[in-house]
Design a protein around this ligand. Sequence first.
Ligand SMILES: N[C@@H](CCC(=O)N[C@@H](CS)C(=O)NCC(=O)O)C(=O)O
Length: 219
Amino acid sequence: MIDLYTAATPNGHKVSILLEELGLPYTVHALSFDKKEQKAPAFLKINPNGRIPAIVDRDHGDFPVFESGAILVYLAERSGQLLPADPKGRSIVMQWLMFQMGGIGPMQGQANVFFRYFPEKLQGAIDRYQHETRRLYEVLDTRLQQVDYLAGDYSIADIATFPWVRGHEWSGVSVQGLTALQRWMAALEARPAVQRGLQVPQRSDDVSVVKGAQAMLIR
Ligand SMILES: N[C@@H](CCC(=O)N[C@@H](CS)C(=O)NCC(=O)O)C(=O)O
């Protein structure tokens, strides 16, 4: 059994989508950002960074894993799915996974901060992060003109990237003209496991940060 500590955000959805794809049993612990549950001492023992997602693998010595990319790799390797074992195939998945973790996540995350939440309107910061996110989407689009999925076959690289790209409107970033990216998004959206993963955790009235995102993300 896997314990999943999460909230309804793109990084949280990566892990619930993968767990649904793998058909692994898991228990959801929905953390309230309003109550700062992600900063509670007990949770910091699982994730010293005080953020979601995190898991604890109860079947393997209560092993904790934080950082969404590391969680995806751990679960894929445990199950032998969605991450090839051969070095080249594995490397291609890891390249696109790192591209999401080091590029799209941080840039789009900052776009959200400055476009949605920051108390001052800093147009330079908004433009910088929105333009950089759009540039990264164009890299994805070019790749997806050549292959169906980021690493060729469907993999954890797609699962890491999709929850962010589908939130593009919330971030104020257009996908206009990126037809390969739109085709890929539609393919991901059509997957039953993806649809189930996006419902985790279920709406919770005490998570206000998440409510805004859910209203946008669950269309
Ligand atoms: N690099 C981390 C980022 C995690 C992250 O930023 N999580 C956000 C939600 S998407 C969070 O927990 N925010 C609450 C906080 O910052 O206190 C990962 O990929 O797991």
